[in-house]
Design a protein around this ligand. Structure first.
Ligand code: SF4
Length: 571
């Protein structure tokens, strides 16, 4: 069981001895960076710290991954206009594994050696945090000096305080001391054990913890996350965002949000919105839409109260994800009043059987009736989203999905005809990426060839339905993402190849196809070494494995009820 809240003892206090400059880098375009609340949160946290000056950097909006270099003017920090080498530390914020490729590209652009071993005191310390790296930091372990494993609130303070309150010539001198902070992972102190070319374990140095505890914040008042850097250029344009839920109670077995942010927590919504309004009041043209974000925002008991307040102020609402079970009359009315015309019904599994495998109890009849209800209420466009390539999925599950879509299509067209206008019914499908930190972490990804065959069949079948659009997540991209998610330190070879092959990921994957497939298509067994087991998420023994087995038997696990539940060991 994780003891929380964790604090670094002794607390470091007293005057600042060594002020530091940190460049916070989001390895994607500025538009994408500013849509990420975690990145904005850390930027504010660091600038609130004594002795820390934090500037930010993200790539130009027209940047393409294949570009070999950038003009030096496009590589300077956004506010102080400084080049990267003038910072003591460069901290990457990485929420999505494909951004690993952009991170290594940026090190090249910044003229910083890719591997920690090749860097010295003339180079900044390279740090990384964000949900992708706290699921599995190992793919970047040869490139990053220290990782933040867990949530940024308090963890970042403890780490940077150590550096501002110590005397040093090279920040690397303090890396060993930083491993006393729960949530800090310094891979150089965890040499690997190899069996021929395969990594099969670690031998942590004597002074460092055997495993690194994933840090999470236990204080509700620290959960106050919203847009901090308003900009016309974000993906969400003139929408301001606020976090409504941290973690998720539903425990869908494919989903990292339901596992790595345990226990689920509820921010104080009025407090967060007041704080967001304070930011908006400083804008020339305040955003007129408030985006409510979180894995399942309707789980917050105060959501409706907040939504009424926002609508009463004349603003529009947007919801990042809504569980279909929670779409009540009142909520749909609010959504319609605020101008939202599209709703996504995430069925997540193609058949009732597959929904049991992922721990989601929703029958086809329930889904069809929910779609009828939403269309009759006035929702113009409906999206049905499902994952494909789930454990044990067969052609029969795909047959059942086809029947389900045909039934939804029928009720959608009928309800639209009754009210006299029609939009689109979109069917979105994406391949399962078996993510570390979830019960499916042992499961292989379905082969690219088999996924393409399924997509072709569905395209042919659904092509004859009017008002229906299809969107398929690319199996090749899922293959790359699975490799980046499940990999270990040997991925350094892939990153080198990627940079040498003019940033062509496909060519770099081909150079080592067999090894890559051994990560992507591997069925892990219960006692197999998992590279990401270096992270301790706090589960009691075997909880995730047992949950995986329950899934394969199509059995359910109860949703989180933090007041009484003890099953996974985290509460
Ligand atoms: S102990 Fe229960 S409520 Fe707490 S995180 Fe685990 S499953 Fe959820």
């Amino acid at each position: 069981m994780l003891e929380q809240p964790i604090t670094f003892k002794p607390q470091i206090s007293g005057p600042v001895i060594h002020p530091i400059r940190v460049l916070l880098v989001y390895p994607n375009t500025t538009e994408v960076a500013l849509a990420n609340l975690g990145y904005q949160r850390v930027y504010t946290l660091l600038n609130d710290m004594d002795g820390v000056v934090c500037d930010r950097y993200s790539l130009p909006n027209d940047w393409k991954p294949e570009w070999q270099s950038l003009k030096s003017s496009a590589l300077r920090s956004h506010e102080l206009n400084l080049p990267a080498h003038e910072f003591d530390m460069i901290a990457f914020s990485i929420s999505f594994e494909p951004d690993y490729l952009h991170a290594v590209t940026l090190l090249k652009y910044f003229n910083i050696p890719l591997e920690s071993n090749d860097r010295g005191r003339e180079h900044p310390l390279i740090l990384a945090g964000g949900s992708a790296v706290f699921i599995n930091p190992e793919p970047l372990a040869e490139c990053v000096d220290a990782f933040f494993i867990g949530e940024g609130e308090n963890l970042a303070d403890q780490f940077f305080n150590l550096f501002t309150h110590s005397d040093w010539q090279d920040p690397r001198e303090l890396l060993k001391a930083s491993t006393d902070i729960p949530g800090i992972y310094v891979p150089q102190f965890y040499p690997t054990i190899c069996d021929e070319d395969t990594i099969v374990g670690y031998t942590p140095e004597p002074e460092v913890p055997e495993r690194v505890i994933r840090y999470w914040t236990g204080k509700t008042e620290d959960l106050c996350t919203h847009t901090e850097i308003p900009s016309e250029t974000t993906t969400f344009k003139d929408m301001a965002l606020m976090e409504v839920t941290r973690g998720c109670i539903w425990a869908c077995r494919f989903c990292t949000a339901g596992f790595i942010y345990r226990p689920p927590r509820l921010p104080d919504l009025q407090l967060t919105y007041d704080s967001l309004q304070n930011v908006l009041s400083k804008q020339d043209k305040p955003s007129d839409t408030i985006g409510l974000v979180g894995p399942s925002v309707t789980d917050h008991p105060d959501l409706l109260g907040l939504a009424h307040r926002i609508v009463a102020e004349g603003k529009k609402l947007s919801f990042s994800s809504l569980r279909m079970e929670t779409l009540t009359d009142e909520l749909v009315d609010l959504i319609l009043i605020s101008g939202q015309k599209t709703l996504t019904v995430a069925v997540d599994g193609p058949s009732e059987r597959m929904r049991n495998v992922i721990n989601k109890a929703a029958t086809d009849d329930f889904i069809v009736e929910k779609c009828r209800f939403l269309t009759q209420k006035g929702i113009l466009h409906l999206k049905i989203y499902s994952i494909i390539g789930l454990p044990g999925e067969t052609d029969e599950d795909i047959d059942q999905f086809i029947t389900l879509v045909e039934r939804v299509h029928k009720v959608y067209v009928e309800a639209c005809s009754e009210r006299g206008n029609i939009g689109n019914l979109t069917i979105g499908l994406s391949p399962l990426i078996p993510k570390p930190g979830t019960p499916f972490q042992w499961h292989p990804m379905e082969s690219v060839a088999s996924l393409k065959k399924k997509f072709l069949r569905l395209r042919k079948t659904f092509g004859r339905l009017s008002y229906l659009k299809l969107s398929f997540g690319s199996p090749n991209e899922a293959f790359l993402q699975t490799y980046l998610s499940r990999g270990d330190r040997s991925l350094i070879k892939f990153f080198r190849n990627y940079l040498d092959q003019d940033h062509d990921a496909k060519a770099a994957l081909k150079q080592n196809q067999k090894e890559v497939e051994s990560f992507v298509y591997r069925q892990y067994e219960k006692d197999d070494f998992l590279p990401w087991d270096i992270i301790d998420h706090g589960y009691r023994n075997n909880f995730l494995w047992d949950d995986y087995q329950r899934g394969l038997k199509e059995r359910h696990t109860p949703v989180c009820d933090t007041a009484v539940c003890k099953i996974c060991g985290i509460c």
